[in-house]
Design a protein around this ligand. Sequence first.
Ligand SMILES: Cc1ncc(COP(=O)(O)O)c(C=O)c1O
Length: 351
Amino acid sequence: MGVYNEYINAYDEYIITLDSNEIYLEMDKNILMKMKSCLTNIELHKYPTNELKIIKELYAKYANTEGKNIIVGNGSDEVLELVISKEIRHGKKALSLGPDFVMYNFFVSRSGGELKTYDIDKSMSFKVQEFIELGKKECVDLIVFSNPNNPTGIAIDVEDIIAILEAFQDIKVVVDEAYYEFYGKSMIPYISKYKNLIVTRTLSKAWGLASLRVGFLITHEDNIPELLNYKVPYSISSFSQNLASIALRYPENVVNNAKQVIEQREELYKSLKEIEKNAAMKIEFYPSKGNFIYGRTPHKEALIKGLENNGIVIRNFNDDTFRITVGSPMQNRKVVDGIKKIFIYQQSIAN
Ligand SMILES: Cc1ncc(COP(=O)(O)O)c(C=O)c1O
């Protein structure tokens, strides 16, 4: 059930790491300067503030909500675990998508529960009525899925999520919006109407701050006190709090980041589809609403090893699928050239 080893990434060995969905853009120089200078004020002998008022207010402004609706976590991992550990114990079930973010299964299993999945992988489509029927049949105690979905890149429409919230009014429905900025549609406007709705967000993706480990849970204010009963105190260091509260003052920066990544994603997708069309060996790529592109090939060993030989690492899943994080224009060119060499070179041999 462990996932720890999957997260020991080979940063030292590979030159281009496109396996973790980080953004390729570095922090704006002016913001970075402000971040560096604030570090001198941190009182190292003191615990960090536990109230996190400044971060909550700043994030609330960005997300169009209020500080009282927010819990800040050590990455969205922490707030996801918070909900799962509250709702799931031995004999309880959660419903997610297959595939989805690996940590859901890890947290649910660790809490003694069982994760049921609605398979989107074969058709790359989502039928809400089938999802609801599966959840009812299995009598699930929690629903959790990422939207846009990691790793497939599909997104579930707001209307479908509302249908899920209506159908499961007695259980919590967690919509993990880690990749929200690359998609643009959120469920946050619905938190006051649907008390069973929990949204999670992160600074690790479009904000370009994966190293800080700061994430958010956003829900109806009535849910906050009971969730806080499961929260570990002091989980966000003074360094992360200070640096995050500077970055959060510049939301225009994240809008700009997302715009650039989306442009690169569409370019990369176009080039990969060209390869798909001309390849001698079967390979497929899917459109994406995230900062990554999901693909499938029966020749995955050749793909993974071939790219590794060019110093490029992408995410390899246990079946015939893989995921490529959108990189810089130069990184994307290298990954496209690498895949071309493997899949189109074979064609010239075959001819
Ligand atoms: C769907 C999804 N949710 C949550 C996370 C974790 O984000 P964080 O860095 O905020 O813990 C990830 C990270 O890859 C993710 O893909």
